[in-house]
Design a binder for this molecule. Sequence first.
Ligand SMILES: Cc1cc2nc3c(=O)[nH]c(=O)nc-3n(C[C@H](O)[C@H](O)[C@H](O)COP(=O)(O)OP(=O)(O)OC[C@H]3O[C@@H](n4cnc5c(N)ncnc54)[C@H](O)[C@@H]3O)c2cc1C
Length: 373
Amino acid sequence: MNQRFDVCIIGGGAAALAAAASLDRGICACIIEKNQILGRKILATGGGRCNLTNAGCPGVSATLDFFASYGLETICDSEGRYYPYSGCASDVVAVLRNAVQAQGCTVLTETAADRIQVLPQGGFRIFARSCPPRGKKARDPEPIEADRVLLAAGGKAAPGFGTVGDGYRLAKQLGHHVTRLFPILTGIECGDLRDLKGIRARGRVTLLEDGKPRAAESGEIQFTEDGLSGICVFNLTPEIRAKAGESPAEAMKRFSLSVDLAPDFTPGQIASRESTFGILNERLSARIGKDQIKDWRLPVRGIKGWDHAQCTAGGVSLDEIDLETMESRLVPGLYFAGEILDIQGPCGGYNLQNAWETGIRAAEAIGRRSGKR
Ligand SMILES: Cc1cc2nc3c(=O)[nH]c(=O)nc-3n(C[C@H](O)[C@H](O)[C@H](O)COP(=O)(O)OP(=O)(O)OC[C@H]3O[C@@H](n4cnc5c(N)ncnc54)[C@H](O)[C@@H]3O)c2cc1C
């Protein structure tokens, strides 16, 4: 490919697609995506329904307007979480894919960006490798040249979707700093709970650090064989981290959980009952007595790793980026968007909101710079 692009977008996820869709049609753009299809992770979000933003996000109306401009209606649940009206994440991907196509963007799938070279005369050369599915022959593409690069290759969470941390490596190659990375929005391991596996219960989970409450969340708790899962549990994980120089095993000793499985009942009401059965299901009540139901203590043994995490904490340092334009302060013409940045939010649409918002902001700035918007 000898064509020189105005912009090369690395990654074909949420931030990249929102950016490509927002580029003026006069801008000659290309997307490089490792997977066979664009927006693969989006398809898995919100349990396949795509919780695309939240009423609590400052940029919520811009996101709703963005999707409405492509005819995608949304619906908000009682917790402020927005989903496509159809309840299908695939519709979110479809509108973005159509918008990218309408923009005229060249899309290279099954292609991974390996190295980015800053050219002395200005612009960038991107070296990529072909990554076809097993059985298909690999043929590496020619290096791609572009005036600008938008690095939107995501984080390290859920590597099964193509996000293994390449973006951080590419950012570092270009002189950027990456803050400490760890998996968040994932289950908490609390020991052997095999007898409770598969049970769901409503409750309030308090994270204790050295015995003192650090954070608390309410909602549906899901029991797994070695711990707890569910949105309220996921949202506690950003607080469980080792201090500098502390090993993860040492750090975990400081944390424990207190689970209230009867948040709508007072201790007096519990005391007057014969048992916990009737509030808790049979299996759970066989394990949790009246003395435990409002304050069931569980040690934190660890949190589930990258494979199960929904988001990365840490990322490309924001000190090195102009957040008005998403352009690097170190390398003119280099832009960042999405989870690759040191920005992370709780479950509920905050992380996709970050991806859409930063992607659109970068695209608008690229348009202004190219005099084409
Ligand atoms: C199971 C699951 C459910 C989730 N549910 C929600 C939800 O409902 N709401 C919410 O707000 N957030 C949710 N999240 C988080 C959200 O999906 C991410 O924060 C968001 O997708 C980040 O967008 P991004 O564009 O930065 O990265 P991604 O969407 O991860 O896209 C990055 C893309 O870059 C590609 N890539 C990586 N390296 C290279 C390379 N070297 N060359 C070319 N391409 C590359 C990857 O293949 C990937 O397609 C969920 C996450 C998971 C894993």
